[in-house]
Write a protein that binds this ligand. Structure first.
Ligand code: F6P
Length: 494
């Protein structure tokens, strides 16, 4: 039985099958995992938080996650009672329980509901008349989403010690807090949203019953956490508009319904500067940074690093780079744009099509401007973490222009690792804007021309000014390290 439990769709590790049929373990990816993996481990830590029993051999923290594929399912079945002991791996002493959710249920819940529906609503990605489209198939997907959330609630209810704290993460698990409260009213539950929350006029695109169930589900928690005040306020607005009987007290930041109060709080997430710098000083990163410097020479380097994700707005970012080259031919031969667009959610046709659009746009730019001795744009689509860290080190300008983003840790990691003091061109729709807008160059992500001119300004900015701004950005980026963020969620339950 555990005193502290974490639940998320993607866990700290995942498995693949080697050629001889053995299981190969890899660290899980993504912002949520990066944020959490460092805090639930047993690594010695000078600062907060302190939660019960994270010592080696005493996995005080249990991380419950889904099996994402067949290899994960095989690992879950092989582990004693489904519990993987990962002591000694880089997530420290936490134990992991991988739920063996049937593949079809997982697919419908993850791809059908979480990523096609809830993700699209919260990121304002709907593109009528194609989506939204709530038909009989969507209803079946919704039932799978309920079953998937129930599987988490069952596992958490079984493994939680009396009065334990349970931190349920993200839009995949918006029903689980309520289901868990129904099973175990003694537990203290926090739900944390890593995405934005949709404003009411967008949220109402959801069928009424589904929209209400999601809100009702999250309100099963004692505390609902968000990355910025803007997303928290949107959640309160939706509760007020769509949940009959809910009493929203904005001054207190609470929603009360049927005698149960949920406190709504803002917990910004930054990066662990020391850990990041240590990783970026390792040999594989150093070698890649050297190779990048050789490739770019004395040209200026504009870097972007994203999953190939519709909300990241990569196509408009490339269009802005093209407009920069059209309007300012003085940069020809003097700048290179390095765009890392890593594969994501390839099961969804929208993502496959978006990936093709990114590649098409990149090729057009190369064909239009490239010369035998100048590659204006380098698009890399194979995921390589050390190469991303190397790009942060050598960037002159970092472009982060999402349509909408819960936080965006690229905007924070870049300034921390920058060697030359990079300029940050940042979308005003990223959660990170709340903390970084003073020193970033802000853009409206839909305004391609403005983004192009802002890239121009960033390239022209004197080195000392860039470096001063970058130092302040790095300080802001490390002010809320993951440990403090997670401690804040647990402390809110006391
Ligand atoms: O909340 C956003 C998030 O869950 C992050 O953890 C991560 O950056 C991304 O989405 C990963 O998505 P997926 O698990 O679908 O690859």
């Amino acid at each position: 039985m555990s005193q502290v439990l974490v639940a998320s769709n993607r866990g700290p590790v995942s498995f693949s099958l080697s050629e001889d049929g053995g299981l190969v373990m890899r660290r899980g990816g993504g912002g949520l995992v990066s944020g959490l993996a460092g805090v639930v481990g047993a690594a010695p830590d000078p600062g907060p938080p302190r939660f019960p029993g994270p010592g080696r051999g005493d996995p005080g923290v249990l991380w419950v996650c889904a099996s994402l594929g067949d290899a994960d399912r095989a690992a879950a079945r092989r582990a004693p009672e489904g519990r993987l002991d990962l002591d000694g791996h880089d997530i420290g002493g936490a134990a992991v329980r991988m739920l063996d959710v049937p593949a079809d249920t997982f697919h419908r819940a993850y791809n059908g509901v979480a990523n096609s529906t809830l993700w699209f609503v919260h990121h304002l990605l709907f593109d009528t008349p194609r989506v939204p489209h709530f038909d009989a198939r969507a209803r079946r997907d919704w039932q799978s989403y309920e079953a998937y959330n129930a599987a988490f609630a069952d596992a958490l209810a079984r493994d939680a010690a009396p009065g334990a704290k349970v931190a349920i993460q993200d839009y995949h698990l918006s029903l689980a807090p309520r289901m868990l409260r129904d099973r175990r009213p003694d537990l203290r539950i926090v739900h944390f949203s890593h995405t934005p929350w949709a404003p009411p006029d967008y949220y109402r695109l959801l069928p009424d019953d589904i929209g209400a169930q999601v809100l009702h589900g999250v309100l099963g928690a004692d505390h609902a956490g968000f990355l910025t005040g803007r997303w928290a306020a949107a959640f309160l607005d939706c509760c007020e508009r769509f949940l009959p009987g809910a009493r929203v007290d904005r001054a207190a930041g609470t929603v009360t319904r049927a005698g149960h109060a949920t406190r709504v709080g803002v917990h910004g997430l930054g990066v662990d500067g020391d850990a990041l710098r240590r990783r970026a000083a390792e040999q594989d990163v150093v070698e890649r940074a050297r190779a990048l410097r050789d490739q770019v020479g004395d040209r200026q380097l504009i870097v972007r690093i994203d999953r190939t994700e519709l909300s990241k707005n990569i196509v408009r970012g490339l269009a802005a780079y093209r407009e920069l080259l059209v309007n300012h031919p003085e940069w020809h031969g003097r700048v290179v744009h390095l765009a890392f667009a890593y594969p994501s959610r390839y099961d969804l046709s929208e993502y496959r099509e978006y990936t093709a659009a990114v590649q098409r746009t990149a090729k057009q730019i190369t064909d239009e401007f490239g010369t035998p001795d100048w590659d204006p744009l380098v698009l890399q689509v194979n995921d390589d973490y050390p190469r991303s860290l190397a790009a942060y080190r050598v960037a002159d300008v970092l472009l982060v222009n999402p349509i909408r983003d819960g936080m965006n840790l690229v905007a924070k990691e870049g300034p921390v690792l920058s060697e030359r003091g990079c300029a940050l061109v940042l979308s005003r729709e990223a959660g990170a804007a709340a903390e970084l807008s003073g020193d970033a160059l802000m853009v409206n992500p839909f305004d391609v021309s403005q983004t192009a001119e802002t890239l121009h300004r960033a390239l022209l900015m004197p080195r000392e000014r860039r470096a001063e701004r970058c130092a302040r950005l790095a300080a802001a980026a490390t002010a809320l390290p993951p440990r403090r963020w997670f401690a804040g969620q647990l402390a809110a339950l006391d």
